[in-house]
Design a protein around this ligand. Structure first.
Ligand code: HEM
Length: 256
């Protein structure tokens, strides 16, 4: 992604008009398939200073003649632009600690190990998927807990101690998992989440189920005869998605 920054210096008397023009102009960005996201911020220490940040999906996009509606709205403020340049992102980025990770919210590594212990206990007794795990490594529940922990924002133990993504993906190759088996795996894991006392708030369970749905569908696809998934890929990382954890003082959006 390329990030375009437009820095403006706006006379305080024109601030309301400028913000309203940007709000109208943003409809073009919201509709543009090249645009990842955008944001207008105003400087706290120097309120005349504004920054419009636009994330572009491809390096070659920018506010050119393809955005006539946008340019028409902000045209009166073009003279006030102090900088209009594109920046490449570097690997230095991340999220802060203001929102707990799914790993921390779940109760950390101990809770995930409790989950996988209960889960594989159920799995081994299951008529439909038990046979798939007949020769299971005794450490398997712990390894899957390490995997889940890393995916949910915990320590990078699966990468450090079990070989990371490529080791996991290889374990599913050739297993020919069927859709009923996948469904059973999901269903037993959801039961195990209750039995192991994982948090049952809607936001956590929605994020948890989202990852499990995604991961099991990939496991099924990768396990089919002749499947050739990429064996080297970064570890997936899963977050809260559209519903961050419910904190009473922040209110609860209606209908969520
Ligand atoms: C979110 C979905 C899934 C995750 C995160 C996951 C995770 C893992 C991991 C991390 C391993 C390798 C453990 C190690 O390091 O040795 C593994 C192996 C395995 N997985 Fe999955 N898996 C998923 C879905 C499934 C499904 C749907 C099935 C079948 C119904 C399945 C069947 C197996 C089997 C049979 C093994 C080999 C176990 C052994 O023999 O030790 N997995 N899985």
């Amino acid at each position: 992604m390329i990030v375009e920054y437009l820095r403006y210096r706006i006379d305080p008397g024109e601030a309301d008009g400028f913000e309203a023009a940007c709000a109208r102009a943003s409809a073009s960005l919201a509709a543009a398939p090249q645009c990842v996201d955008y944001e207008l911020s105003r400087c706290v220490e120097d309120p005349a200073s504004y920054i419009l940040r636009i994330g572009w999906a491809s390096g070659h996009d920018s506010l050119d003649e393809r955005f006539p509606a946008f340019l028409a709205e902000i045209e009166p403020y073009v003279r006030e632009i102090e900088e209009m340049r594109h920046y490449e992102r570097t690997p230095v980025r991340g999220t802060g600690g203001s929102v707990p990770t799914l790993y921390a919210w779940a109760g950390g590594g101990e809770a995930l190990e409790r989950l996988t212990e209960v889960f594989y206990d159920r799995v081994l007794k299951d008529d439909l998927i038990g046979p798939l795990f007949a020769g299971m490594d005794p450490g398997h529940p712990r390894y899957v807990a390490m995997w889940l922990g890393e995916v949910f924002g915990g320590p990078e133990r699966y990468s450090g101690e079990r070989g990371g993504y490529h080791h996991m993906v290889r374990q599913h190759l050739g297993k020919a998992i069927t859709e009923p088996q996948r469904r059973r795996w999901v269903s037993l894991l959801m039961d195990a989440a209750d039995d192991a006392g994982l948090p049952d708030d809607p936001e956590f369970r929605a994020a948890f189920a989202g990852y499990i749905e995604w991961g099991t569908r990939l496991a099924l696809a990768n396990s089919q005869p002749g499947a050739a998934p990429p064996l080297e890929a970064p570890m997936p990382h899963w977050g809260w998605g559209v519903a961050p954890p419910y904190v009473p003082s922040a209110g609860h959006p209606a209908g969520s």
